[in-house]
Ligand binder design. Structure first.
Ligand SMILES: NC(=O)c1ccc[n+]([C@@H]2O[C@H](COP(=O)([O-])OP(=O)(O)OC[C@H]3O[C@@H](n4cnc5c(N)ncnc54)[C@H](O)[C@@H]3O)[C@@H](O)[C@H]2O)c1
Length: 324
């Protein structure tokens, strides 16, 4: 495998996949509509096409110009709250967009796809231990449902058209590249690390902590945070498995849970800022603890996360974000 098409390659995670693929010796083609992406995040070594995965004609030029070996799809909408207000927008992009990708793969006989799914497919997780891939899927918002439907589209296509897939269900992705000037831009982001860092930078007054009466050590919710570079390296580790016709679904987390207070304290140390916070009501449907088992990705793909220290994850994000 040599040529990889990265859709959504101008976004946060996609741009990290692009540089890691290039540094691993792959040729990279990026397709992005730049709706939530930025040209300055796209490495100049990649070939760029502006286009939309909802428009099948977009793909014709990309696939006829280039002999693509595998598609990594990062293009999609990512905001849970927005998906509740505009569900169809999410199904059109996150599900129908993937159907288009399968259609063009069929036409050009491309046999490999790697798909970014999400822990949101599990819905309200209620388990004491780690979340494994066979935990029942029951998404509670259109974002999670649109991704779960896309998973099904891919799995059915794999059976019928002889396609190999790796589906990755990401937990909370954070951090930024240490070698390249790329990272997560803050606009409208609802993830904890960017919100804490926006507060540290003075762009928000304080961090709202949703409940401190959970049955956890310090009472705040526990989640699993994975560094974006570790995350995209799992995608690269999956490419040889596709060549061996291994298709599977993998959770991607770092396997350790951190509470909101632990994250906040780590960020205070990293930034040197006394970040203000207040405890408010719990949010409906927020579980006490959600931590992934990534054992399957480790075992099948030989992948190992390198950023296990959450302070280091926050540090890389801060180094990028403080200068934006
Ligand atoms: N960030 C996270 O914590 C997280 C967690 C779980 C899953 N994911 C998934 O990972 C993927 C990437 O997320 P991200 O955080 O990098 O988001 P992002 O918004 O930074 O990147 C998405 C990119 O896709 C592009 N895009 C969107 N719709 C498109 C379309 N129709 N055609 C072409 N390009 C389009 C955007 O312009 C953007 O560059 C998403 O599919 C998301 O659901 C992210």
């Amino acid at each position: 495998m040599k040529k990889i098409l990265v859709t959504g390659g101008a976004g946060y995670i996609g741009s990290h996949a692009v540089v890691e693929l290039l540094d691993s010796g792959y040729e990279v083609i990026v397709l992005d509509n730049l709706e939530n992406g930025y040209m300055d995040l796209v490495d100049k070594r990649a070939k760029f096409y502006k286009g939309d995965i909802r428009d099948i004609s977009t793909f014709e030029k990309v696939f006829s110009d280039n002999k693509i070996d595998a598609v990594m799809n990062f293009a999609g909408y990512i905001k849970v709250g927005e998906s509740m207000i505009e569900p169809n927008m999410y199904y059109l992009n996150n599900t129908y967009g993937v159907m288009n990708i399968i259609e063009i793969m069929k036409k050009y006989n491309v046999k490999n796809i790697i798909f970014s799914s999400t822990a949101a497919v599990y819905g309200e997780v209620d388990c004491e231990g780690l979340v494994y891939e066979d935990y029942p899927t029951n998404p509670i918002n259109p974002y999670g449902a649109s991704k779960l439907m896309a998973e099904r589209v891919i799995i059915d296509a794999a059976k019928a058209y002889n396609i190999n897939y790796s589906i990755f269900r990401y937990f909370n992705v954070g951090g930024a590249h240490e070698k390249y000037q790329i990272g997560q831009k803050g606009d409208g982001v609802t993830a904890l690390i960017p919100i804490i860092l926006q507060t540290a930078k003075g762009e928000r007054e304080k961090l709202s902590i949703y409940g401190n009466d959970y049955l956890t050590e310090d009472g705040t919710g526990i989640r699993d945070y994975i560094h974006v570079v570790d995350l995209v390296r799992a995608h690269i580790a999956a490419l040889p498995s596709l060549e061996k016709n291994i298709s599977d679904i993998y959770n991607l987390g770092n396997g350790n849970g951190f509470s909101v207070l632990q994250m906040l304290n780590a960020a205070k140390k990293v930034t040197g800022v006394e970040i203000k916070s207040e405890v408010i009501e719990r949010r409906a449907g927020d579980p006490a603890s959600v931590v992934a088992s990534s054992e399957k990705a480790r075992r099948v793909l030989g992948w190992e996360p390198k950023y296990v220290d959450v302070a280091k994850i926050i540090d890389t994000a801060w180094n990028w974000y403080k200068n934006l």
